[in-house]
Design a binder for this molecule. Structure first.
Ligand code: ZN
Length: 117
């Protein structure tokens, strides 16, 4: 029998599962100066959510942050859902390629990108 946690993730949109598994894909949507602080508005196109982050102008420390999530993002079941739970759901929904394709992609990346190793 499925738990309520399973119900939340199994009913969630792919975008919600991916942002919960990978973290948000934040892009800068606006930068605002406010005395000793700056406010950065971030937008995640994948799940249609916003973050408003406040940084100290001189120290660069995070002074605050608020999130505005798209409908369906928040889990209101009362059962906690971890990132690992989201990864398991992402795995369940994914059609995986094999080792050969993986090695080919890694070779391609190695040819095109610098490495620090
Ligand atoms: Zn997101």
């Amino acid at each position: 029998m499925a738990s309520r946690r399973d119900d939340f993730l199994s009913n969630a949109d792919d975008s919600v599962v991916e942002c919960r598994a990978f973290s948000h894909n934040w892009e800068d949507a606006g930068d605002f100066m406010n005395g000793r602080s700056v406010h950065i508005v971030l937008y995640c196109e994948r799940c249609d959510s916003y973050a408003v982050v406040e940084w100290s102008k001189s120290a660069g420390t995070i002074e605050g942050r608020k999130y505005k999530y798209s409908p369906g993002y928040l889990n209101n079941t009362g059962q906690p859902v971890t990132k690992a739970d989201a990864r398991v759901e992402r795995i369940r929904r994914t059609k995986f390629q094999g080792t050969k394709e993986f090695e080919k992609l890694l070779d391609q990346i190695d040819e095109e990108r610098e490495s620090y190793r």
